[in-house]
Design a protein around this ligand. Structure first.
Ligand SMILES: O=C(CO)[C@H](O)[C@H](O)COP(=O)(O)O
Length: 407
């Protein structure tokens, strides 16, 4: 049994018809012949250990079910982990070293300074075993699933994971060994009716119109994982907004709002946040829907104009920080805060209140971004446009009334 915490990156020394030799100074010191080693998530048995070199047999079955045949050229680096021993900390999740799917990297987003986000498409049969916020092993590395969208999922890789594993070396098109979470598999076993329901819910697609409590729960999980949701207000404004949490907002998310969603990005905040940051309200009869606009701000520390997606995302992230102070912002600027009503959706069924309520339900600071969906021809998106966009962007679409009922 392993934990998905990589001990060492080994280097493939040579490959034979049925075996592989790996140079691994640390792991070789811990292994005796007959011992197990996780090699890029594949459990292999050490046949011979000498100095820094470990020789292991590789069966035809292993070659068939894993990426093994794609990696064994000499010099190739591989993630290695020796098995747990009694008393070791379980600082990851329980990993068996039994690859139960091979996925393909379909997208890699770099977040300078923050890490990278990989999108992986596993085989169809594997998707039912993937849950947002659940654990997964990718090439033997224990990771948390960030988002699940239709046929793919994402994982966020922090700098220390990138430094200590081979995941920084993956590119779009590369194939990876996947092992689903053993605990999740057991919980999903059809022993009781609730287990059946949990499995069915986990297998539902993320994208498109989701109604009722299930839709709201999926929206909250999507926000918690750094993703976006679409909220449709059929009655009051007849508009739909794309919403992200402000904490951890990535520049790419802001770019998406500006270049695909096209509306007017604003930053809903709980009123106490704006009071603490001394950002004044813009009073006047200008907004007919009672949207509580405040003075636009930029980061005081910014050196640019404040307009770029990276700068606006940084301003939003700072607004969301509980330790932010008034001195962190200057006004006028280019990020537009709006205040939610203290009673949130009980008091007003706006996108402002939806955004703050979703952030709070996701366990995040009460600051987010919302942006109306506008069609490329300048007309505000209606119900059919929203549904099509939700499917195209892989986002859950929920009704504001469902948020009022369940949040
Ligand atoms: O500019 C806006 C509406 O004018 C906002 O971007 C957003 O839609 C939030 O507003 P509301 O809470 O009124 O739905």
């Amino acid at each position: 049994m392993f934990t998905g915490r990589i001990h060492e990156i080994g280097v493939i020394e040579s490959v034979g018809a049925n075996d592989v030799v790996i140079r691994a100074p640390k792991c070789a010191g811990r292994l005796a012949p007959g011992g197990s080693l996780s090699v890029a998530g594949i459990r292999l048995t050490a046949e011979h250990v000498e100095g820094e070199l470990i020789r292991m047999s590789v069966s035809t079955e292993t070659r068939r079910r894993t990426t093994f045949d794609e990696m064994p050229e000499p010099g190739r680096r591989v993630n290695l982990e020796t098995p747990l021993t009694v008393g070791d900390p379980l600082d990851g999740h329980l990993v068996q070293g039994h690859v139960d799917g091979v996925g393909k990297v379909v997208r890699a987003d770099e977040d300078p300074g923050l890490g990278r986000r990989l999108w992986i498409r596993p085989p169809d049969r594997f998707m039912a075993k993937v849950m947002a916020k659940g654990s997964i092993a990718v090439d033997g590395v224990s990771l948390t699933v960030a988002e699940v969208v239709k046929d793919r999922f994402s994982v966020a890789l922090i700098p220390s994971t990138l430094a200590g594993t081979t995941l920084a070396e993956l590119s779009v098109g590369d194939r990876v060994n996947l092992e689903s979470d053993m605990v999740g598999r057991l919980a999903a076993a059809p022993a009781t009716a609730s287990a059946h329901v949990a499995k069915a819910v986990a297998a539902l697609g993320w994208a498109g119109h989701l109604s009722g409590r299930v839709g709201v729960e999926k929206a909250v999980r999507q926000i918690a994982a750094g993703g976006a949701v679409m909220v449709w207000d059929p009655a009051r404004e007849a508009e739909g907004d794309v919403i992200f949490a402000g904490a951890g907002l990535r520049p790419a998310a802001f770019t998406f709002l500006l270049t695909e969603v096209y509306g007017y990005p604003c930053v809903p905040c709980a009123p106490e946040v704006l009071e603490r940051l001394e950002i004044p309200a813009l009073d006047g009869p200008g907004d007919r829907h009672g949207t509580a606009f405040h003075a636009p701000v930029d980061l005081a520390a910014s050196t640019g104009t404040g307009v770029s997606a990276a700068e606006r995302a940084a301003t939003v992230r700072q607004l969301a920080r509980p330790d932010a102070t008034p001195a962190d912002f200057v006004t006028p600027g280019h990020v537009i805060p709006i205040a939610s009503r203290p009673g949130l959706l009980r008091e007003r069924a706006g996108h402002t209140e939806s955004t703050v309520a979703l952030c709070l339900a996701a366990g995040l600071p009460p600051v987010g971004v919302c942006c109306e969906v506008m069609r490329p021809d300048g007309v505000m998106a209606g119900a059919a446009d929203l549904e099509a966009s939700a499917l195209r962007w892989g986002l859950p679409l929920v009704d504001i009334d469902d948020l009022r009922t369940w949040l």
